[in-house]
Design a protein around this ligand. Structure first.
Ligand code: CP
Ligand code: NVA
Length: 309
């Protein structure tokens, strides 16, 4: 049996195939409980602290609502209000918060800060997005794909665009779950080399294929799922103009998706820039499941919190 009490949720690579499958199954179970109107309060009396050093719509609302639905409560802590923003150390923050809270979710720039917070804390820490990864989104996305396709193993996911936090978590998740994965990014915007290497190792163990290259057409060929994300992530806004130039042949549009499977799913973690990384016709078209993804953030994160807290 899978036992995750007390664990942190920092990245897809920290979890075994079985553990990820367990979390996805639990997310689906909690979703159906909620839809049936069943009350489920495993975290009664518990509190989650949510540290935000970047903007958020989905993460903030889904964690807060999710905690409430599990019988607990959540505190929104913005960097402007915390002493952390005035130079108090991550360690002192982690130790102090561990005396009040039962879990911490953090969204920040440097991944190192999340690792240090988890090391300093005596309670579970959840990565709510860093420059390196976005595992909560990836978990919700694989739940969404499973719900739509009825299986995961053997599918092909194509990611067209920036080699950013999103693709890092998606490709590691795919390798763990036995899904073929193809990435196409412009030169200079590839995913992190070390993450590609460790993903390749996991993919080999699980009999999954990994393609990392520069050709969107080659990547999307025969894909069951087509995924993209913004060209300039949070923290990279000043590069917007340069990136528009570098990414001009990387838009997911009606022409490109002709090369995917007929019944392909279009996915995007949101927020999206229509007319940049994706055409309006594709993101608002019949194959798009972007709001199912957004909804599943709630269910997947409830599964994470119920399992680790
Ligand atoms: N996808 C996602 O994490 O959205 P927010 O930035 O709105 O939380
Ligand atoms: N790659 C995006 C994801 C937002 C949810 C960013 O980091 O801004």
């Amino acid at each position: 049996a899978v036992e995750l009490k007390g664990r942190d949720f920092l990245g897809m690579s920290d979890f075994s195939t079985e553990e990820l499958q367990y979390l996805i199954d639990l997310a689906i179970e909690l979703k159906s409980k909620l839809k049936a109107g069943e009350t489920y309060h495993p975290l009664k009396g518990k509190t989650l602290g949510m540290i935000f050093e970047k903007s958020s719509t989905r993460t903030r609302v889904s964690f807060e609502v999710g905690m409430y639905q599990l019988g607990g409560q959540a505190l929104f802590l913005s960097k402007n209000d915390l002493q952390l923003g005035r130079g108090e150390t991550v360690y002192d923050t982690a130790q102090t918060m561990s005396r009040y809270l039962d879990g911490i979710m953090i969204r920040t720039h440097a991944h190192r800060k999340v690792i240090d917070l988890a090391r300093g804390a005596t309670i579970p820490v959840i990565n709510g997005l860093t420059e390196r990864s976005h595992p909560c989104q990836a978990l919700a996305d694989y739940q969404t794909i499973l719900e739509h396709k009825g299986r995961l193993r053997g599918l092909k996911v194509a990611y067209i665009g920036d080699g950013n936090n999103m693709v890092h978590s998606l490709m590691m998740g795919a390798a763990k779950l036995g899904i073929d994965f193809a990435v196409a990014s412009p030169q200079g915007y590839e995913p992190d080399k070390r993450i590609i290497q460790s993903t390749q190792d996991v993919a080999n163990q699980n009999g999954a294929k990994l393609y990392v290259g520069y050709d969107p057409k080659e990547a999307i060929e025969g894909a069951d799922v087509v995924y993209t994300d913004v060209w300039a992530s949070m923290g990279f806004e000043e590069e917007q103009k340069d990136r528009e130039l570098a990414f001009q042949n990387f838009q997911v549009n009606e022409e490109l998706v002709k090369l995917a499977k007929k019944d392909y799913l279009f996915m995007h973690c949101l927020p999206a820039h229509r007319g940049e990384e994706v055409s309006e016709g594709v993101i608002d078209g019949p194959n798009s499941i972007i709001f199912d993804q957004a909804e599943n953030r709630l269910h997947a994160q409830k599964a994470i919190m119920a399992a680790i807290m």
